[in-house]
Structures are given as C-alpha cells and as structure tokens.
Design a protein around this ligand. Structure first.
Ligand code: AMP
Ligand code: TRP
Length: 333
C-alpha cells in the first residue's frame, strides 16, 4: 500500500515585489519539498487587500508571483498552485474561524502591531486585524501537516494550532494540527542597511533589499553599499550582523559553509567577499529571472496553471468546510 504523503501549505502576498528574503526564506525551500510532500502553494491575494492595493498593480503582481513560483522551480504538475480568491472556501472558513478567535489573541500578533503602527488607527481595517484567522483558514482547509515560512510567521502558525485545537476540543477531532517548517538557513534574511531588521519588500529604502527581479548591476551596487562593520574579519558572529547576513546569503546561493567562508576570506577584509556574494546571487537569480519574464507574458499557460490548481484545491477545501459546518450545527445543503 502506498503511504499517504504529508501535506504542505504556504503562500505569499502579491502586495509588492518579491525580495530574496521571500526566495531564500520561503520559495527555495518549497522546491526542495515538492517530491516528498503533497504541496499547495497559493498566491494570497485576499491577504493583500488588508491594506489598500491599486487594482491594476494587484492584478499584475498576482501573476508575477505565480510566475516566480514556477520560474524558481515549483513544478505546476507536482504541486497545486493557485490563487486564493479563486477558492471561495478560504472566505468561508475565515468567517467560521473568526467566531472561535478571541480579540485578545489577535491583539497580541506582532505583525498586526507593526503594521497598524505604520498605517495609523484610522486606516487600519478590520481585515488587517483579522488576517491571522484567514491565514489559519488557508492552512487548515488542506489538512496541512507542515507550513514552510520564514520565522516571522511563527506566531501566526501558533495561533493556527490553537484555533484547530480549540475547534477539535469543542466538537470532535476535525482539523489537522500543523507545524512550522523552517529552512536551515535563510529563515531570516536581514535588511542590507539595518542588518538587525528583517529584509522587507515594504521598506522605504530600496538599498535595504534585493528583489528577485533586480538586474545584475543593481545587485552589485546594493551589496557593495550594504552596511557591515569596522572589524574587517569575515566571521559568522552576532557582533557582526551585516557580515553574518551576507554570509547567510552566500550560503543560500551556493551552499558554501560558514567555516569554509571564514577560511577563504581570512586576512582579506570585505571587498572581495562582497563581490563574491553579489556574483553568487546573480548566478542564482538570473535563470529564474529569465524564465519568469517569459512566463509572465504567457497568459494562457498561467491561466491553465491557476485554473487546474483552483479545481484541485477546491475539492479538498470544500470537504473541510462542509465537515466543520456540519459539526457546528448548520443544516447540510
Ligand atoms: P510576505 O512577503 O510577508 O508575504 O512573506 C512571504 C514569505 O516569505 C513568508 O514565508 C515569510 O516568512 C517569508 N519572508 C519574507 N521576508 C523574509 C525575510 N527577510 N527572510 C526570510 N523569510 C522571509
Ligand atoms: N501571512 C503570510 C506572510 O505575510 C502569508 C500567508 C498567508 C501564509 N496565508 C498563509 C503563509 C498560509 C503560510 C500559510 O508571509
């Protein structure tokens, strides 16, 4: 008898251009997992509208994110790739879970605290506050075992587990309790200008991040300007957050170990090291950029991918919603 594969779910918001943080923290791990697991990878457009989006940008970015998934090696034949709003069960489960989520829990979410501080109370939507219930729904719909994300999402995954356990305790075992999956390195790629902060696509300073689609010369410039320190030794240490981050990037791009780097650059300062980091990133990203540029123009192929994905996803998701509704006490349709 064939063993049932474990299920993976993850998603990225089409709310900006993807950075190498998204790539090394999330997508690159997905590629490694696709043979071993039954994977659902989603472009979470419903999450993106928790803050205001320009309609034409949202449309373009949604297709760009999907193209980047595929271009980075996430195979649409092996995985279920889809767009969140195409599977209405996401909205349905979010409402259900809403009614089992406490305001106190949502108020403790650091992502909410950060974002609401940035936008100011008057423009913080109920959706932004409630975002973790939708995210929990995304994950729970597919009986997900593992969620590969960057470490910043840990709190949301813990809430997802709490909600699933709460539902199961109130009724009877219904929802699978998921676990976070963190890559070995790259779980937190740092800001190039302030290396104690997470690299983010929403930063105001473009020199603080590298986009997956940044051209080679831009990558070279951003790495050469990245903030380091005056110690002058390539060493993986918390006292040198800038260098530690560049070492992480070199490791993500080439697999080279930190030990090997420390040896290779001994007594050399940072100049050659920075050049090598930039060239490694370029070599890793260029083939992806080329495929993504081709694919994003091929609307027919993209449509075939997301339609097939939504059909497969809906079949699983609808079952979960029906099961939950029945236990809650709704009359079956
Ligand atoms: P977001 O861009 O917030 O939609 O994040 C999408 C995915 O990329 C999530 O799994 C994040 O944890 C991951 N991610 C985003 N930024 C970083 C970063 N700087 N380092 C590592 N992972 C990240
Ligand atoms: N909240 C995630 C982020 O900002 C994106 C996301 C939404 C997600 N739903 C998800 C990630 C489900 C994993 C699983 O990065």
């Amino acid at each position: 008898m064939e063993d049932k594969k474990k299920v993976i779910f993850s998603g990225i918001q089409p709310s900006g251009n993807l950075t190498i943080g998204n790539y090394y923290g999330a997508i690159k791990n997905w590629v490694k997992l696709q043979d071993e697991y039954d994977c659902f990878y989603c472009v979470v457009d419903m999450h993106a509208i928790t803050v205001r989006q320009e309609p034409k940008d949202l449309r373009r970015r949604t297709l760009e994110v999907l193209s980047l998934y595929v271009a980075a090696g996430v195979d649409p034949d092996k995985n279920t790739l889809f767009i969140q709003s195409h599977v209405p069960a996401h909205a349905e489960i979010a409402w259900l879970l809403n009614c089992y989520t406490y305001i106190g829990e949502l108020s403790r979410m650091t992502q909410f605290k950060d974002k609401s501080a940035r936008y100011g109370d008057a423009s913080v939507s109920a959706g932004l506050f409630d975002y973790p219930a939708l995210m929990a729904g995304d994950i729970l719909l597919y009986n997900t075992d593992l969620v590969p994300v960057g470490i910043d999402q840990k709190q949301h995954i813990e809430l997802t587990r709490d909600l699933a356990e709460r539902f199961n305790n109130i009724y009877s075992p219904t929802l699978t309790i998921p676990e976070i999956y963190l890559g070995e390195t790259g779980a937190k790629v740092m800001d190039l200008q302030e290396p104690t902060k997470k690299m983010s696509k929403s930063s105001d300073n473009p020199n603080s991040y590298i986009l997956m689609m940044d051209p080679a010369e831009v990558i070279r410039k951003k790495i050469s300007r990245s903030v380091t320190d005056s110690i002058g030794v390539v060493k993986y240490s918390d006292e040198q957050p800038g260098i530690k981050n560049l070492m992480t990037l070199l490791n993500c791009a080439t697999g080279m170990s930190f030990e090997a780097m420390e040896k290779k650059y001994e007594g050399q300062g940072y100049a050659q090291f920075k050049i090598d980091v930039a060239e490694a990133l370029i070599a890793d990203l260029e083939p992806i950029q080329k495929r993504a540029r081709e694919l994003v123009e091929d609307k027919e192929q993209l449509e075939a991918i997301y339609r097939k994905g939504a059909d497969k996803a809906s079949a699983v998701a609808n079952k979960t919603v029906r099961k939950m509704m029945k236990k809650i006490g709704f009359i079956p349709r």
